[in-house]
Design a protein around this ligand. Structure first.
Ligand code: ADP
Length: 174
């Protein structure tokens, strides 16, 4: 059974098998988590992203999908890049946000990863309200049939941590 844990901190410092990147569709880097991962992980990750872009994702990686690279200098073996949906007040994109978590875990299983660290996908530049994003993230991970032993949500500030802690408490008992 997968253990869901919460941590307050920087995702680039997590010693885990796989770190999930809140990437953008270009796969060529951005701000937030993406910027931090490429800064600390070094140029190899970006090189692999460029190759993926050229070979498989000429039009970019669509929102809701995920793809893996190695992790460069990060204390992890892989980075799983997923593209969250931009929040919309008029269109319900929660299925796409849920897909980010499901697809990332599917790739983690393919790789044989046992510990995976996720950021709060879409809650930064993509403006998804934290409480709602936390509920979607946690219910999706709880429902995913995965071989991952630990899914660790790494929250960057207390507000995000509290939102995830509340949503975790509100999950129905298994
Ligand atoms: P998105 O474009 O999917 O919204 P962002 O990277 O802008 O992605 O933000 C996603 C979440 O990650 C936000 O809650 C942001 O505060 C948080 N965040 C930013 N940097 C880090 C980091 N180094 N480690 C963990 N979380 C981070």
């Amino acid at each position: 059974m997968t253990n869901i844990t919460l941590a307050l901190g920087d995702i680039t410092e997590q010693t885990v098998d796989a770190v999930v990147n809140a990437a953008n569709s270009s796969l060529l880097g951005g701000g937030g988590v993406d910027g931090a991962i490429h800064r600390r992980g070094g140029p190899d990750i970006l090189g692999e992203c460029r190759d993926l872009r050229a070979s498989r994702y000429g039009k970019g990686l669509p929102a809701g999908q995920a793809v893996a690279t190695t992790a460069g200098r990060l204390p992890a073996r892989w980075v799983i890049h997923t593209v969250g949906p931009v929040f919309s007040a008029t269109e319900d994109r929660s299925a796409t946000l849920a897909s980010c978590y499901r697809e990332s875990l599917r790739i983690a299983d393919e790789l044989g990863a046992r510990t995976v660290a996720f950021p709060a996908v879409s809650t930064g530049v993509y403006r998804w309200p934290l409480d709602d994003a936390a509920r979607i993230a946690l219910t999706t991970v709880r429902a995913a049939g995965t071989s991952v032993d630990e899914v660790r949500f790494v929250l960057f500030d207390q507000r995000a941590y509290d939102a995830f802690a509340t949503a975790l408490n509100e999950l129905p008992p298994r």
